[in-house]
Design a protein around this ligand. Sequence first.
Ligand code: ARG
Length: 458
Amino acid sequence: KKSQAWSALFSEPMSDLVKRYTASVDFDKRLWRADITGSLAHAEMLQAQGILSAEDHAAIQKGMAQISAEIEAGSFVWKLDLEDVHLNVEARLTELVGIAGKRLHTGRSRNDQVATDVRLWLRGEIDEISVLLVALQRVLVEQAAKHAEVILPGFTHLQVAQPVSFGHHLLAYVEMFARDAERLADVRKRVNRLPLGAAALAGTSYPLDRERVAATLGMEGVCQNSLDAVSDRDFAIEFSAAASLAMVHISRLSEELILWMSQNFGFIALPDAFCTGSSIMPQKKNPDVPELARGKTGRVVGHLVGLVTLMKGQPLAYNKDNQEDKEPLFDTVDTLKDTLRIFADMLAGLTVKPEAMRAAALRGYATATDLADYLVKKGLPFRDAHEVVAHAVKTASTRGIDLAALSLDELRAFDARIENDVFEVLSLEGSLNARSTLGGTAPSQVRAQVARHRSRLG
Ligand code: ARG
């Protein structure tokens, strides 16, 4: 009994294990919509070129409409024997419309078909991810607007460095996610090119109009070399790299949220709906969502490495290796989309604790640089000022107090140029306001950046 599309040549059946091993339908069925869209564009062009009759074209359209309805309704029967989404859809089409279904594959191979499907599908996903990135940025921008004046210690080496605005800190992530969106928009241009017409590897003898199919599918152009068109998955790798970077940004933010929520910081609280308790310790509220996001970043980066490695040893043109591009790609898209959605919701409900942030900023001599800058303005060379302030910090820390808690006389003992106006300079607000260069942390700058982002994000 014939069990496969090509089996006239085959004298022995596949074992169930090999069938399962080589089949992809269990996962590539999610490409069905792209598969049908691509087939319809191909059929339309075949008819326009006189390769397919109007009746056959109409039958294909009708059959495909029914198949779409069946798949949407969940009544479509996917068969492992038919290996993948392409053969499943085509077999059902022939069942439904007969000979016209058998003509659809004219001038086409699954090799250019699958490359087209993945590109069409990925293009749609990129558009959805771009929308999610905008939504996440909006949440961060509004939180930044609300907390432009809230001061927390900025860190280097996780040691208190200089005070910064919490809004400024959040806007740093907005910059990262904006670049992620930019990268995706750029990747999209190269995803959105048409392999169809490359056929198995060498092109086809039918007079296909590839440009027409590209236009029908809203693609920016056709792949210009048939061997390249069916075999490279660099577009998927690029996407995966862009997705990995977006996850890396999420992961860095997660790490900060986790730290900030710990008792030792106490800067923020995450909404309960994004935390879990402990089965043994009744007092626990754990930031599971950011921790998982940090963990899932490893998985997305792993997929990137998987895809690059999948590609690296392949000779031209198509090899079955490429069937392995799908699961990592699908999982990358799913993970990134879920994560972006969850983060937008979670961050909208962030509780900020300005007193704890302020207390932490007052602990680590965060305004020491301001005192040095003050002395420079009074005529001391910066290197000398640096040294003077180091002495002042040493004295203050021995006594366990802040620089601003030293009296004017005590401060003047380090340098006589110090006057009463020093206390404004030593304050957290003074330090922030002084850093008003473009992109600096002064609340005036933060507000300007918020305005820019609001108009950019619409
Ligand atoms: N399921 C296959 C894939 O995902 C479709 C292309 C199969 N082509 C072939 N020559 N076996 O790559």
